[in-house]
Design a protein around this ligand. Structure first.
Ligand code: C5P
Length: 259
């Protein structure tokens, strides 16, 4: 697989080039900053280089570290994926998306189950931010839910059918992509085309433990299945030398282009 075969990369802080698949190993890895507070997260920021990876900031760290921590990460040169999964009435989600865009984040997400009007409102709010806007991706079905859980919620069909239906809804509403599990990546790439951004967690380099992840792919397998970006946490954050772990993964990815 070559960079050309993967389409164009979204520019930093901009969705003017639609979701698309990223080019180059450095831009593909989003390190999940799963720490309880900024004090514990900062040493990792010190040890990583914003030119070589992006960062994902989720609910726990955001609730403790606030917008100030997001700005701090962005000011240090990191592209930040703000993983707050907004889900509310359209107006509220639109305002929240505008507020997140003001922080200078590179990517943010909402729940596709908020419905098409909510998705469109979120997308329109970011368009109004003008100039470059953050990428907007949707969560389809949480990987903690199985078909039984979905039936309890009144959602018939398999998990995959629901994922595909919600991903199509996000696509139709003008979102840049979806977050998807490794086992859904190939299905969604095939169904939604080369320009839709697929952000895939559950990645484990060939030499690392699965931790609590049930279905994992290696970085190369996920990219070959069509992932645009790889969300990787513990294999990097818990490594004795996180930068070395990141570079080892980048080498693994680079080998894709030479074989
Ligand atoms: O440490 P690890 O690589 O397992 O971290 C994966 C990250 O991706 C975590 O922040 C986790 O919450 C997130 N995530 C996931 N599976 C999903 C959605 C998000 O692992 N389906």
């Amino acid at each position: 697989m070559t960079d050309d075969a993967q389409g164009s990369a979204p520019a930093k802080g901009s969705a003017s080039v639609a979701g698309g698949r990223a080019t180059g190993a450095a831009t593909r890895i989003i390190v999940a900053l799963d720490y309880p507070n900024p004090r514990q997260a900062l040493p990792l920021l010190d040890s990583l280089d914003g030119a070589e990876c992006k960062l994902k900031i989720g609910k726990e760290l955001f609730v403790r570290g606030g917008p100030q921590f997001v700005r701090q990460a962005a000011e240090r040169g990191f592209d930040v994926f703000l993983d707050l999964k907004f889900h509310d009435i359209p107006n509220t989600v639109a305002q929240a998306c505008s507020a997140a865009a003001d922080l200078g984040v590179w990517m943010m997400n909402v729940h596709a189950l908020g419905g098409k009007k909510m998705l469109e409102a979120a997308r329109n709010a970011l368009d109004k931010a003008g100039g470059s806007r953050p990428l907007l991706v949707a969560v389809t079905v949480l990987t903690s839910l199985d078909a039984h859980d979905l039936r309890q919620l009144g959602l018939m069909g398999s998990v995959e059918e629901n994922v595909l239906r919600l991903a199509r809804l996000a696509h139709a509403a003008g979102l840049d992509g979806v977050v998807c599990s490794p086992r859904e990546t190939a299905l969604l790439r095939g169904a939604l085309g080369a320009d839709f951004c697929l952000v895939t967690p559950g990645i484990r380099p060939s030499n690392s433990t699965a931790d609590d992840q049930k279905r994992t792919l290696t970085p190369c397998e996920a990219l070959q299945a069509g992932a645009s970006y790889l969300v990787i946490g513990r294999p990097i954050t818990r490594a004795p030398d996180p930068m070395q772990a990141l570079r080892a993964i980048q080498s693994e990815i680079a080998s894709l282009h030479t074989t």
